[in-house]
Design a protein around this ligand. Structure first.
Ligand SMILES: C[S@@+](CC[C@H](N)C(=O)[O-])C[C@H]1O[C@@H](n2cnc3c(N)ncnc32)[C@H](O)[C@@H]1O
Length: 181
């Protein structure tokens, strides 16, 4: 009985930890679906000129895909929510991706001056925060790929539609041309 109660308390604590960060960022740690992942992989640049970031890496599955796609690049997942970040670290340890690291940080505190490619699946204040960081720091040749949500005020170089139930859009930007002004 005591074990069941402890398990229940543990499960509730885990749910509460995820919920608190979801409420504070406005973005749940929902992983990119396999169909959208494949649509994104089809449009990624062959050889990004710099570090590959997954800005808001959730449980780390998409960042792991990026690490396999770009074995000669440094791939960095940035995740503020502790539990998804911990699970990412565990997966990386098991899978042994030597080019993949996860930083537990708010993306507003991370420098993007070395970015060659930035992936995101963010909405609301989080995508605005990323936009401001990239406009201030990312090099002109940096490519930004946004799953589902357009970056407000930016002009996409290309928009593709994934063949899923929701006809999910993927927005591809280049820093040299995307931001207005
Ligand atoms: C929708 S998930 C996407 C996960 C992964 N990138 C993927 O595509 O499978 C977005 C993640 O961004 C994280 N996030 C939101 N705002 C953030 C911020 N300011 N700094 C760091 N991570 C953030 C959330 O905690 C969430 O786990």
């Amino acid at each position: 009985m005591a074990l069941e109660v402890l398990t229940l308390i543990g499960a509730l604590a885990i749910l509460a930890a995820v919920a608190v960060y979801t409420l504070s960022t406005g973005v749940p740690p929902t992983p990119t679906s396999a169909t959208v992942r494949d649509a994104i992989l089809a449009v990624l640049p062959a050889d990004p000129d710099g570090v590959v970031y997954d800005a808001g890496s959730g449980f780390g599955t998409f960042a792991a895909t990026l690490a396999r796609r770009y074995p000669r690049h440094r791939v960095v997942g940035i995740e503020v929510s502790p539990l998804p970040w911990l699970i990412s670290r565990f997966h990386t340890y098991i899978a042994g991706h030597i080019n993949l690291t996860f930083r537990r940080a708010d993306l507003r505190t991370v420098g993007f001056d070395d970015a060659g490619l930035v992936l995101c699946y963010l909405s609301g204040p989080a995508v605005i925060a990323l936009k401001e960081k990239l406009e201030a720091e990312a090099p002109p040749e940096c490519v930004v790929v946004s799953n589902t949500f357009a970056v407000p005020g930016w002009t996409a170089e290309r928009v593709v539609t994934a063949p899923d139930l929701y006809a999910t859009k993927v927005y591809i930007y280049r820093m040299a041309t995307a931001p207005a002004g």
